[in-house]
Design a protein around this ligand. Structure first.
Ligand SMILES: C[S@@+](CC[C@H](N)C(=O)[O-])C[C@H]1O[C@@H](n2cnc3c(N)ncnc32)[C@H](O)[C@@H]1O
Length: 288
């Protein structure tokens, strides 16, 4: 039975609500702000758990040497196919983000759309952080976008059901929510996912799946990052479009900007989750 990540076209349709160009603008803005530029201009990016590699393909189109890594063979094939379709140079690697070795370093690493939820244990997260650290030069950034903790601890700020119009068709999505409950011990929710795509012309395709999703709180992440060593949290944001602080009432994502420290500061001082900039608008966009 194919799962959601075996059906890249349906996955893409479900996630088509995103403003990928705006998100890439934010990634580049934050790179300019926080990356130490002693090693020269930003030249390369590694996208982890990349799926169809929306962000790394766009970064490649903007001139970066881009690599996309994903565990799913179907997602890797789709990323390659989409890159080839518009002659975008993209290296695609099928590997496990918990432990990988690519034999080179990058100027920036990114993980988008709460993909760290697939790291189900602290050991997985620590191995992942160590792998990412090995692939970044000191001063380089790892930017990771997670679900906002208010989704668990307060009122949900994202929708678990949404409908989008796409290429003259309609996509109906359920991603968790409803009767799906977080296990209070493991912090894992077995999320029931269904995507139905009514295409223009009448064909209908559906995929259903149950996807384990580990919730990581802000304080757990900061603790794990300190335990792993090699990174400092230099900023956090609650949205992509206007530098919304993660603490803001209208924050709907938790985006952490980590900077690779040199070995002398392997265990950096505690960094509060604070952002540096101004509040911004409310977003009602759905997200997983
Ligand atoms: C929610 S999707 C996000 C895809 C992409 N980041 C995006 O923004 O559209 C999660 C992705 O993580 C991948 N994944 C899950 N576990 C993984 C692992 N251990 N290593 C690498 N990729 C993994 C899945 O195959 C899937 O493509």
């Amino acid at each position: 039975m194919p799962g959601i990540y075996d059906e890249p076209e349906l996955y893409e349709a479900a996630c088509a609500y995103r403003d990928v160009l705006g998100e890439v603008d934010a990634l580049l803005r934050w790179s300019g702000r926080y990356r130490h530029s002693a090693e020269g201009p930003l030249r390369s990016v590694l996208e982890l758990a990349a799926g169809p590699a929306e962000h790394s393909r766009e970064l490649a189109r903007r001139g970066l040497d881009a690599t996309a890594l994903d565990l799913s063979a179907a997602m890797c094939a789709r990323a390659r196919e989409l890159a080839a379709a518009d002659a975008t140079r993209l290296t695609v690697i099928q590997a496990d983000m918990r432990d990988f070795s690519l034999g080179r370093r990058f100027d920036l690493a990114i993980t988008m759309l709460n993909s760290l939820c697939h790291l189900l244990t602290l050991d997985d997260l620590l191995k992942h952080l160590a792998s990412v650290a090995r692939h970044l030069a000191p001063g380089s950034l790892y930017i990771t976008e997670l679900a906002h903790p208010a989704d668990i601890f307060a009122e949900r700020r994202t929708s678990s059901e949404w409908t989008s119009e796409l290429d003259g068709g309609t996509v109906r999505v359920r991603w968790g929510g409803g009767t799906d409950e977080i296990d209070p011990i493991t912090q894992i929710t077995r999320e029931h996912v269904s995507i139905t795509y009514h295409k223009r012309g009448g064909s209908v395709r559906t995929v259903t799946d149950v996807v384990p999703n580990r919730f990581w709180s802000a304080t757990e992440l900061v603790a794990a990052i300190r335990l792993a060593g090699g990174f400092a949290v230099v900023a956090s944001y609650g949205d992509f479009d206007a530098d919304t602080p993660v603490e803001a009432p209208d924050a709907w994502r938790m985006i952490l900007v980590l900077r690779r420290e040199d070995m002398a500061s392997e265990f950096p001082a505690p960094a509060p989750l604070t952002a540096t900039t101004t509040p911004a608008k409310t977003s009602t966009t759905p997200a997983s």
